[in-house]
Design a binder for this molecule. Structure first.
Ligand code: ASP
Length: 604
């Protein structure tokens, strides 16, 4: 028999009771986390959002109450009316904050029962993620998920409060809009009113936030949902949340200061005080030192040790003297067996653009001077692993400067990947990833363009509204590969947390960039006509950035998947297992939209 709540009111939360509450009369409401029946005594761990309190039903509480307590099962919803009592010293549970007390029940109201569960929210680890996602409401009841979602709330609030205090307005922008060029596929929404036409869900509020600067709002932010129809990698979601912001009259340093400010506020929620300002590093230096645009600075940087080799050494080793020779140091690896060294070669892989000397002692036998100089430059400590990455082989002919640059980039990239792979492989030995060590970094001055091999043209490295570096305006057309932009990323421990840029605010420059990207004047007009026009009505210089909120919360929660910090995430196949989306829709809906589906339809 179920009871109704009537006018009963909850007076206390389960997780909040302490020894100082002893003697008070309380009304608690929550779920039966566990029940232990000792015959005379029945213990119920009652759980709500704040935690767990032990409730006792003693034999002298009366037969009726005792019977009710006996009938309780996991996840039944109950109201307990009782009195807080100090536990006997020998039954104190130091593991939970309410461990010094228990509540002696005078009355129980059974508000709802619960059918046998696919898994119990009382369990810590649930192996099957599909079942967790299907019964997400049960999964979210688990303490770990409750904590993650609470953390997300606190982090978001801290960021909002910080930005509000800095004079930012939170302004919403539309979900139903037109395609934005962030480089991914759009999710499309068909228009019933305009058959055959589609809105696109925003990949980011990029153009709206720039328009907001033209509209005079000066400092904008939004905790903004973004939608990108990408082939999902393990740590991507089709819809995700960005901390998106834009400022008029911004210089990069102003954006850095704002981001450092709200990240400091976010990290405070886990009790960590960040050191600001974060270090800054131009993109080309990041490539030279780390072989990647998102350096993980918890491990040593790489060094170019080309100067350690005499020209005849390079020739003997078939190394191209124009290309970098890179030493990588991985700390505390210790002696490696012959087999372990061979494994390193496999880890590096068989590549044409670069090769590795994984056995430095062998190299030393033939080139003692060179290796001693390498040690001087790379400075490995005793027990550190030292390897050297060089060009694949000496080039038959040296190409243009741009070609050499590309080949050098390939070697840096190969070395950078290997550095990370070694870091992962020997993680247990160097221990650098275990500590709560948050190494933030600004990577600045990204290249303006990226060469698209398959399309045979230049793409915007960030997006086409990014301002070229003021010093590189002159080489945009003559040497696009060398032109830098005013784009920056904020990076943490090898992960990109966010990207942004100072924007183009002049129509003439915007047109030059569109042209450099291969867009004809007609195409510019068709895709961005309204924007090119808006730029002519007194657009202030402006810039901004967007950071992935989900990833930030994931890192703060110490979780390893975005799905642990998103209440209702999708699977790697972009499916919502709880709601079962996507689904086919009825013929009537399709007809109204003027849509004919050509893929075979599943039964509705
Ligand atoms: N809209 C950009 C992005 O989502 C970020 C920015 O430039 O502000 O990557």
């Amino acid at each position: 028999m179920l009871d109704f709540l009537g006018d009963l009111q909850r007076t206390h939360m389960c997780g909040a009771l302490r020894a100082s509450d002893a003697g008070s009369k309380v009304v608690l409401m929550g779920w039966v986390n566990r029940r232990r029946d000792l015959g005379n005594l029945i213990f119920i761990d009652l759980r709500d959002r704040t935690g767990i309190t032990q409730v006792v039903i003693t034999a002298d509480a009366g037969a009726e109450l005792h019977k009710k307590a006996e009938s309780l099962r996991s996840e039944f919803v109950v109201a307990v009316i009782g009195r807080v009592k100090l536990r006997d010293a020998n039954t104190i549970n130091a593991n939970i904050p309410t461990g010094e007390i228990e509540v002696v029940a005078d009355e129980l109201r059974l508000l709802n029962d619960c059918k046998p569960l696919p898994f119990s929210p009382a369990d810590n680890e649930i192996a099957n993620e599909e079942v967790r996602l299907k019964y997400r409401y049960l999964d979210l009841r688990r303490t770990e998920m409750q904590n993650n979602i609470e953390l997300r709330h606190r982090v978001t609030l801290a960021i909002r409060e910080y930005l509000n205090a800095q004079g930012f307005f939170e302004i919403e922008t539309p979900f139903m809009t037109r395609s934005t060029p962030e480089g991914a596929r759009d999710y499309l929404v068909p228009s019933r009113v305009h058959p055959g036409e589609f809105y696109a869900l925003p990949q980011s509020p990029q153009q709206f936030k720039q328009i907001l600067m033209i509209s005079g709002f000066d400092k904008y932010f939004q905790i903004a949902r973004c939608f990108r129809d990408e082939d999902l990698r393990a740590d991507r979601q089709p819809e995700f949340t960005q901390i998106d912001l834009e400022m008029s009259y911004a210089r990069p340093q102003m954006i850095y200061a704002v981001v450092e400010g709200f990240l400091t506020a976010a990290w405070k929620t886990i009790g960590v005080e960040l050191q600001t300002p974060f270090p800054r590093m131009p993109h080309d230096e990041a490539i030279r030192l780390y072989g990647i645009d998102k350096p993980d600075m918890r491990l040593p940087a790489m060094s170019d040790v080309r100067s350690a080799f005499a020209p005849e050494n390079l020739a003997a080793l078939n190394i191209d003297p124009e290309l970098p020779v890179i030493a990588i140091v991985t700390p505390k690896v210790g002696e490696l067996s012959r087999k372990e060294r061979d494994d390193l070669k496999l880890l590096f892989g068989d590549r044409r653009d670069a090769k590795v000397f994984e056995d430095i002692k062998r190299l030393e036998k033939s080139f003692p001077d060179a290796v001693s100089k390498i040690r001087e430059i790379a400075k490995p400590a005793d027990g550190d692993l030292l390897v050297v990455v060089v060009s694949g082989s000496k080039r038959a002919e040296v190409g243009s400067a741009a070609k050499t640059r590309q080949e050098a980039q390939a070697i840096y990239a190969a070395a950078g990947q290997f550095r990370l792979a070694l870091g992962q492989k020997f993680a247990a030995k160097h221990g650098a990833f275990e500590k709560r060590d948050f190494r933030f970094l600004w990577v600045t001055d990204f290249p303006m363009f990226e060469w698209d091999e398959t399309e045979g043209r230049w793409n915007a490295a960030h997006h086409p509204f990014t301002s070229p570096h003021e010093e590189d305006m002159g080489i945009l057309e003559s040497d696009p590969g060398a032109a830098r932009s005013l784009a920056y990323d904020v990076v943490l421990n090898g992960t990109e947390l966010g990207s942004g840029s100072i924007r183009i605010h002049r129509q003439d420059i915007q047109r030059i960039i569109f042209k450099a990207l291969g867009m004809s004047p007609e195409e510019q007009q068709a895709r961005f006509g309204y924007f090119l026009e808006a730029l002519q009505y007194g657009t202030p210089p402006h810039g901004g950035i967007a950071l992935g909120l989900d990833r930030i919360v994931m890192i703060l929660a110490g979780a390893t998947s975005l799905r642990e910090v998103i209440p209702f995430p999708k699977t790697a196949k972009a499916i919502d297992l709880m709601m079962d989306a996507p689904t086919p829709v009825s013929d009537k809906q399709l007809k109204e939209l003027g849509i004919a589906v050509v893929v075979p339809k599943k039964d509705i």
